[in-house]
Design a binder for this molecule. Structure first.
Ligand SMILES: CC(C)(COP(=O)(O)OP(=O)(O)OC[C@H]1O[C@@H](n2cnc3c(N)ncnc32)[C@H](O)[C@@H]1OP(=O)(O)O)[C@@H](O)C(=O)NCCC(=O)NCCS
Length: 215
């Protein structure tokens, strides 16, 4: 189980490796910074997948599953991408479905309203028990853990986020109820200003965190 942490500010933004549809998506961004981050994250995803598969970055072919999850046409290697601010995560697993989510911590979010709308009652109660300075990190832990799981399933936000329960504690990411084995959930310690989580349909012995571009 490998998770690549991508610094989008220093990753090369090389549109040459992207497909026509990726280039068309890039062209739709209004702000240059968002366009650059999109190109850097998709170019880096291709570079990383190329290193594992031996296929040239520009020659990799993707299919899009019914709710938007991309997969390699060749199969064999599961991956998932998430990006927020200047960081992206690329999670890779062989023979085991995977979902990843990263969010930059932000204080100006309507945490209570979002929790009441999307979280389960027990998650909302656990969130509101945190004192003010600890509430935003707890909110984003809950959010990224839930989103990693629905991204692993591939349904994304078409899956009800209140249909399953995750832990909010910093130490241990856990799927508490509403989820069948063999799913496991893991916190990814990436950067103090970000929260990130990984969900996998197996119990990996080790999760190896790697940095891109490699130093
Ligand atoms: C997938 C989803 C959870 C993404 O959340 P996000 O926090 O905004 O974005 P992230 O950065 O974590 O992830 C985005 C990446 O996940 C991948 N992705 C897209 N859809 C996905 C899905 N259903 N499951 C898993 N991964 C998905 C893509 O690689 C995407 O990268 P890209 O947008 O640069 O191509 C959200 O957009 C969603 O639920 N989409 C599906 C909604 C849907 O099915 N709508 C149907 C139309 S009504």
């Amino acid at each position: 189980m490998h998770v690549w942490v991508v610094d989008l500010a220093s990753a090369p933004s090389t549109p040459g490796v992207l497909s026509p549809s990726e280039l068309a998506r890039a062209a739709r961004f209004r702000f240059a910074q968002d366009r650059r981050r999109f190109i850097a994250s998709h170019a880096t995803l291709r570079q990383i997948l190329a290193a594992y598969t031996g296929v040239l970055p520009a020659s990799l072919e993707f299919i899009t599953l019914p709710h938007g999850k991309p997969a390699l046409v060749s199969g064999g290697l599961q991956f998932n991408l998430s990006h927020s601010g200047d960081l992206a995560l690329v999670a890779l697993a062989a023979g085991c479905e995977v979902g990843v989510d990263i969010e930059r911590l932000r204080a100006q979010v309507e945490m209570e309203a979002i929790a009441r709308r999307f979280f389960s009652p027990s998650e909302t109660e656990a969130l509101l028990a945190y004192p003010e300075p600890e509430r935003a990190p707890a909110f984003f832990r809950c959010w990224t853990r839930k989103e990693a799981y629905v991204k692993a399933l591939g349904g994304g936000l078409t899956i009800s986020l209140s249909s399953f329960v995750v832990s909010l504690e910093p130490a241990r990411a856990k799927l508490l109820s509403g989820v069948e084995a063999p799913w496991t959930l893991h916190s990814i310690d990436v950067h103090p200003a970000y929260s990130a989580a990984l969900a996998v349909a197996c119990d990996p012995a080790e999760i190896s965190l790697r940095r891109w571009p490699p130093r």
